[in-house]
Design a binder for this molecule. Structure first.
Ligand code: GTP
Ligand code: MG
Length: 224
């Protein structure tokens, strides 16, 4: 069984991805703060839950119910019935939450339609400045490897958001997580802020599609 596509519901992005994000592998979304990564995750999660499949959602930012309600409307309670939400507060807790979500997804008792880790690298970034940098790198790489394996075994899409750092020399915004994450992700999307509510989406890497770019807008009801 090859990969299926999960439509994002944003027509321009679905055209760019030839139908949506893929099952069986990890999709990385990176971009600066406010570029729309979290909204993108919430919107996809809402679509999946609305169709009756489970969403395993690991949230390191304390996603407020208000933000979710802005997307779901009156449907919120119904949507939350299909959410398995965990809110880790450090990298070790995040790694445990990933291990639990992966084990449950592989067990297959609940029909899982999407696994989200947002932000995947916020705690990792905090660890980079301390003496435990190598430990942090190892913890993150084990979690990402588990996600990659689970995507394939459970035939689900995994959405993993990544923060950026500014390369002063090159004058560019680069994803955290280094080359390891770069290889682990089979699809990589970069979100850029444009003036106002516009955002550019760049397809940086894909298993079977050419690189490309499109735009979406952030509205009170989500992305369109
Ligand atoms: P970080 O988690 O900080 O890295 O950011 P992110 O990439 O997850 O960004 P997020 O998805 O949280 O995007 C928030 C952006 O959406 C901000 O720029 C908000 O100003 C904007 N936003 C939120 N609600 C609305 C809305 O109702 N209308 C408009 N136009 N913009 C909104
Ligand atoms: Mg966010």
């Amino acid at each position: 069984m090859g990969p299926d596509r999960l439509p994002t519901g944003i027509p321009s992005v679905d055209r760019l991805l030839d139908g949506g994000i893929e099952t069986d592998s990890l999709t990385e979304v990176y971009g600066e703060g406010g570029s729309g990564k979290t909204l993108f995750c919430l919107q996809l999660a809402t679509r999946v839950a609305r169709e009756g499949r489970w969403v395993f959602y690991i949230d390191t930012e304390g996603v407020s119910v208000d933000r979710l309600r802005a997307i779901t409307g009156a449907d919120l309670d119904h949507i939350l019935e299909r959410f398995l939400l965990s809110s880790p507060t450090n990298l070790e807790e995040e790694a445990r939450a990933v291990a639990t979500a992966c084990a449950l997804a592989r067990e297959g008792k609940r029909p899982v339609g999407l696994l989200v880790v947002d932000s995947g690298t916020a705690f990792y970034r905090l660890s980079l400045s301390g003496d435990d940098e190598d430990d942090a790198r190892q913890t993150l790489s084990i979690a990402v490897a588990d996600l990659v394996g689970t995507a394939l075994r459970a035939h689900v899409p995994v959405l993993f958001t990544n923060q950026v750092w500014r390369s002063v020399r090159a004058g560019t915004l680069e994803p955290l997580g280094g080359s390891f994450l770069n290889h682990a992700a089979k699809t990589i999307l970069r979100f850029d802020r444009l003036p106002g509510d516009r955002r550019r989406v760049v397809l940086v890497k894909h298993r079977s599609l050419p690189e490309g770019a499109t735009e979406f807008r952030i509205t009170s009801a989500g992305l369109e």
